[in-house]
Design a protein around this ligand. Sequence first.
Ligand SMILES: NC(=O)c1ccc[n+]([C@@H]2O[C@H](COP(=O)([O-])OP(=O)(O)OC[C@H]3O[C@@H](n4cnc5c(N)ncnc54)[C@H](O)[C@@H]3O)[C@@H](O)[C@H]2O)c1
Length: 254
Amino acid sequence: MGRLDDHHVLVTGGSRGIGAAIVEKALAEGARVSIIDIEAAAGEALVASLAAAGRCHFGAGSVCAAGDIARVHAAAVKRFGPVTGLVNNAGRNAYADAVTMTEEDWDDVFSVDLKASWLVSRQVLPGMIEMRRGSIVNIASIHADMTYPGFFPYAAAKSGLVGLTRSMALDMGKHQIRVNALSPGYTETFLVKEFFDKNDPGLRQKVLDVHPLGRMGSPAEIANCVAFLLSDEASFVTGANWRADGGLSARFAG
Ligand SMILES: NC(=O)c1ccc[n+]([C@@H]2O[C@H](COP(=O)([O-])OP(=O)(O)OC[C@H]3O[C@@H](n4cnc5c(N)ncnc54)[C@H](O)[C@@H]3O)[C@@H](O)[C@H]2O)c1
């Protein structure tokens, strides 16, 4: 018996990184899993590599496009039944400056890192409301609480996502739908590699030195937390923002 038997979990941005780890964990816990991602080749390769490929559906599309979301959702529901769990994981980093950033760049960041979570939720919520059952997990970031210079406006979008989580948890509670945020710290993925590649070579060690656990997280460790929040074991948890950062944000400078 897995903790997600009888669940159909939709994971956005599930082709690689944290999303792919969530896909693998949800499958290991017994779920049927659907993915929407713009990276079709990586997504299809991931599904082909899975032992439980028969319980995993990949749909190519952008979470910023309502038409793509509707198309992928319809195919997923046709194959696996109504979505009971949603993980809004797709996201991107932002490297910008408040003076030189264009409106187009701003809209691009907010479209993926904030608006998309509402768009995909809007698609799955009617089915969840009808079933009186559902769990949504929004992958935010510790940037919602503390941030890094040169990262404008990632922190603003992720803070907005935590606010969206709270509001949606209040409004959906009466339908027995739980909505939580999971805020990872440094997690070894493409996004973190991209971040270190843009900075001086010594930064990686400096970051490791201030982690109480002395290391960064793995995608699988984030996926473990997400599986709990999706499962019925978290039946009294809603409106929360759970940090998984190896203790980084507990530390005062010095
Ligand atoms: N890695 C970290 O240290 C870290 C820390 C805090 C928060 N996060 C958050 O975790 C989430 C996953 O990050 P990751 O590190 O695995 O990144 P990643 O770049 O490895 O994976 C992101 C995935 O999202 C997909 N994606 C991007 N834009 C999309 C769109 N418009 N439509 C559909 N799919 C799209 C990408 O194709 C990719 O498969 C993001 O929301 C990120 O902000 C990551």
